[in-house]
Design a protein. Structure first.
Length: 239
């Protein structure tokens, strides 16, 4: 079995070491005895969305986000089809904004319009640590936010419920989007490195989709679990 991963806009959307999400996923898949092929693709490349099992886009500057937006708009049909056909997407940071109806910065820019929400980039920034619950797992999610985007008119199911941090907008606890196997969130970290249970969730579900009878080997995430527990302990001590 081979898992095909596309790391989109790896050179433009990689603030805060978000490429670590792809590295962590690749390593854990390989530890399960699976072959992994990662394609690093950017605005000079033609992208064939239908060939991938997992697609990742990370966070970039507002300027790089606009460059990416111009390129990705031509792939709306292919992206919609890939999502509907069960391809796994993980988009973090301001990459989530690409998938809404529009992004309002200095001007209003048309986005992919795959989901219902709209984004406005405010003058303020939302910065800080995050603690959230998710219907995917029994354990909370940790991470970080550094963004100016505020979302409205969300009709999709939220991915996270904030206990600490900001949701779609100030004074809102819901955050992120989940539909089929599309997972979008403002949370960075990198989120798969900081949350070993979430990393295991993606590994298990990607492989089960390819082979429902797949037999899993034990996961070796000792250091990741230790770092996670240290954060949770410190958070509880402050609470």
């Amino acid at each position: 079995m081979t898992i095909h991963i596309a790391h989109l806009y790896y050179d433009l959307m990689n603030l805060y070491g978000e490429s670590g999400n792809v590295k962590a996923l690749k390593m854990q898949l390989e530890e399960q005895g699976v072959k992994v092929k990662v394609d690093f693709l950017t605005i000079q490349d033609n992208i064939h969305f239908g060939k991938y099992d997992f697609i990742y886009i990370g966070m970039g500057t507002e300027q790089n986000q606009q460059l990416v937006l111009k390129h990705i708009l031509s792939y709306k049909k292919e992206i919609s089809s890939a999502i509907a056909n069960g391809c796994f997407f993980l988009v973090t940071g301001n990459a989530i904004e690409l998938f809404g109806k529009s992004i309002i910065a200095n001007k209003k820019m048309r986005a992919l319009n795959i989901f219902h929400f709209e984004t406005k980039q405010e003058d303020m920034r939302i910065v800080g640590e995050v603690l959230a619950t998710t219907p995917l797992l029994n354990k909370p999610i940790i991470g970080f936010q550094n963004r100016s985007g505020v979302m409205k008119n969300i009709k999709e199911e939220p991915l996270f419920y904030m206990q600490k941090g900001t949701g779609y907008a100030p004074k809102v606890t819901e955050e992120g989007i989940i539909k089929y196997h599309f997972y979008g969130t403002y949370i960075i970290g990198p989120i798969l490195i900081r949350n070993p249970e979430l990393l295991k969730y993606f590994v298990k579900n990607i492989l089960r989709q390819k082979d429902p009878t797949f037999k899993f080997k034990p996961f070796h995430l000792t250091l990741e679990n230790k770092a996670y527990q240290n954060f949770i302990q410190k958070y509880n001590e402050k609470s």
